[in-house]
Design a protein around this ligand. Sequence first.
Ligand code: IPT
Length: 271
Amino acid sequence: YTLGLATTELALHAPSQIASAMKTRANQLGFNVVISMTDNLSLSACRAAVSELMSQRVDGVLINVPLSNDNAQAIAQMCNNLPALFLDVDPQADVFKILFDPHCGAEQGVEHLLALGHQQIAVLTGPLESISARLRYEGWLQTMAKHNVKPCTVQHGDWSAASGYQQALLLLNQPERPTAILVANDQMALGVLRAAHEFGLRVPEQISVMGYDDTEDSAFFFPPLTTIKQDFRLLGHESVNRLVDDLHPQGDYRRSSLLLPTSLVERHTTA
Ligand code: IPT
């Protein structure tokens, strides 16, 4: 078999680690993976990536591109009889999917900071065109509201370390300084750590930073990053297994979607 992977920007750490984990699993099973990458978050870019895979006669597709419910439906329709597994959609989306529970991850981050006594919490979201960025943001707000807390500032980045740095500079320049920053991914948190350093703020003594992803390098940031782990190796393994099961369903096989848990990894950027 040949599997197709339509993915968002592979220069980002999470999508590249997911692609790597899929390749590893596919190789173990003796399958090939061909990759097509989108260069923006539009529906037409995703359509183009999927049709490029279809023209290479793949047997099934993995779709790691953020898609709203309507757009996921549109892509599922376009795939028609070709098995398609989605990795970046709403847990409610009515498609074949495997996802980390965004609500669980957002809740773990907020509750950790609240348990440490933080009340002045700033948030730095991912790009709001991304469904996962929106769901993490919503989860933060809901969990904070449950504890009668509101974010003291909200900024939006684009997942890159550069955007984390730039947005943190804006955030730290405001008169009311947060005691903690909730960041939607580890790469932006890397930029936040540099900004805090440039402001002469000690992490975690003067400001706490919470990441999201637990990509490979996060344990080597300075200080080592406290974050929410999404086990990308497991995601790669499970997604390939499930897509392959779907190619030639046997016995009483029924296609089943999966919601994976996230977990808090406490290192040294929160106190
Ligand atoms: C998501 C990552 O958490 C984030 O850091 C960013 O890389 C994003 O992907 C890119 O789309 S993980 C995804 C499976 C929701």
